[in-house]
Ligand binder design. Structure first.
Ligand code: NAP
Length: 301
């Protein structure tokens, strides 16, 4: 397991860099608990069979926590059968149970997006179980923050394999299924696709490459009924963000202050809603774009 941390002192400039990145790499203190995240969630509503994803099968990478977890719950609430992966079995099972408890249908498969065989098996198991694939939300990702020359080759590979190659692998195995009925692919990138900060060379490279991947795939498959879009979240209150702040109130407040538009950071549920929009047929003419969901932060730069 690669540990990623910086030696930088937490002065204001660095806090701002961390905030702008939304997901800095000072992952030193693991104080976030899933229980805390769950306490902030609104109570799930019963499944409405007439909603946007009724009868659809949705596949999500990285839904054991954060944005992916919120999206799995939201897709299921809107009628989708949801297949999702992540490496932490206890959390995967918990998300599956929560969805089922609320009347939805979900299946967790333990899979690491850096492992081609696991990704292939995950996709095929879900399609085998539910009989089709309509939406893929390729969301799994992680961050590293340190100056470029301090990044080890293993760390570089880990960031690229998780954030970029993992999405390629997911799409490689999803697209043959999506070609049968048409569908939508949504990829989680980051506000780093618009503006980055010192310390994020590996992460920014991977996230910007996702836009190229999405645009090229949008051309490859547009006439075959598949739309491919990128969702670029701003600072979002997930376990990933909470790890970076270590729960320090001043860091959370500094991040909030950076969001010039709405003056607050996003909830995972708000970002999930943007993913559902791109994945739905509410936007049939949108493909090959990045939707920036940053509360107006980039507008203030
Ligand atoms: N939070 C922010 O401020 C922010 C801003 C911009 C973009 N993003 C992006 O949003 C996405 C979701 O992040 P989050 O904030 O929701 O963080 P999170 O709570 O840490 O969730 C990350 C998810 O990705 C999964 N994951 C990571 N590496 C994986 C791997 N090798 N194989 C399978 N699953 C893997 C994790 O599951 P396991 O650990 O169980 O494998 C987890 O479910 C990421 O792509 C991130 O880069 C976040």
């Amino acid at each position: 397991m690669i540990k990623h941390s910086t030696n930088r002192q937490p002065n204001r400039r660095q806090v701002i860099q961390t905030g702008i990145a939304g997901i800095a790499g000072a992952a030193v203190v693991e104080l976030t608990t899933q229980a805390n995240a769950q306490q902030r969630e609104p109570a799930p509503k019963p499944v409405n069979p007439n909603s946007r994803f009724a009868g659809k099968v949705v596949l999500i990478t990285g839904a054991t926590s954060g944005i992916g977890r919120a999206a799995a719950i939201a897709f299921a609430r809107e009628g989708a059968k949801v297949g999702f992966c992540g490496r932490r079995e206890n959390l995967g099972n918990e998300v599956e149970q929560q969805i089922r408890k609320n009347g939805g249908d979900a299946t967790y498969v333990k899979a690491d997006v850096t492992q081609p065989k696991e990704v292939e098996s995950f996709v095929n198991r879900i399609v085998e179980k539910y009989g089709q694939l309509d939406v893929a939300f390729n969301n799994a990702g992680d961050v590293l923050s340190k100056p470029l020359h301090e990044i080890t080759v293993d760390e570089w590979d880990w960031v690229q394999n998780t954030n970029l190659r993992g999405v390629f692998l997911a799409m490689k195995y999803q697209i043959p299924h999506l070609l049968k009925r048409g569908g939508n692919i949504v990829i989680t990138a980051s506000q780093h696709t618009v503006a980055t900060r010192p310390g994020f060379s590996a992460y920014t490279s991977a996230k910007r490459a996702l836009l190229g991947l999405a645009q090229a795939a949008a051309l490859d498959y547009g006439q075959q009924g598949i739309r491919v879009n990128v969702l670029s979240p701003g600072i979002t209150d997930t376990p990933l963000f909470q790890r970076t702040t270590g729960g320090a109130k001043e860091k959370v407040e500094a991040a909030r202050q950076l969001v010039d538009g709405l003056k607050r950071i996003a909830t995972a549920e708000e970002i999930a809603e943007a993913a559902l929009f791109l994945a739905s047929n509410d936007c049939p003419y949108i493909t090959g774009v990045s939707l920036l969901a940053d509360g107006g932060m980039m507008s203030g730069l």
